[in-house]
Write a protein that binds this ligand. Sequence first.
Ligand code: HEC
Length: 167
Amino acid sequence: MKQLAIFSLLSLFLMTSCEDSPKAQAQDSPVEKKEVVEKTKPGQDTKKDDKVKVPKELSLKDLMIQLGKDMNGINDGIWQEDFPAIASSAAAISGHPHVGASTRARLKKTLGKDMMLFGKGDKKVHDTALRLGEAAKAKDMKLVLTELTNLQNGCVECHASFRSRLR
Ligand code: HEC
């Protein structure tokens, strides 16, 4: 009797473990699902590709973040006495990319006729960055520093006038 009890216990155990194994397989199945997902990926990729074809336009904020990095580039160049690096960071500022069309439209709408002043502020920074670049090419550190101060003034002047209105 004891043997039978053990046998039935064993078979119960075996049965449950047999029931367990499909579960274990079910746990494995995400791997299979993954494969399925991967198989369906080409379709998803095409969608992604479609989005890539229409690149996200440059926002004012992204442009500004880049200008901030370029300013750091100028500073690094000054500490390293690396005039070509200063010149190239200055060129990145004077030749900065333009914001996208819808950002430009929003600026115009928000600023109205002050858009002219905004444009002037941008031009001032542009022209100063050009002069800073020339000073760097001439390896004139004193002039580089003078133009850097002018450049920073240009950045901050525009921030003081427009930042709160355009946030
Ligand atoms: C013609 C106007 C104008 C000029 C010139 C200008 N900025 Fe800005 N800047 C703005 C405005 C407006 C904002 C706020 C944008 C926003 O919050 O979406 C801003 C924001 C910023 C920010 C903060 C971005 C963030 O993370 O929120 C940085 C950094 C910055 N500017 C750097 C510069 C530097 C460096 C220069 C000069 C080389 C400069 N800006 C020149 C208008 C200007």
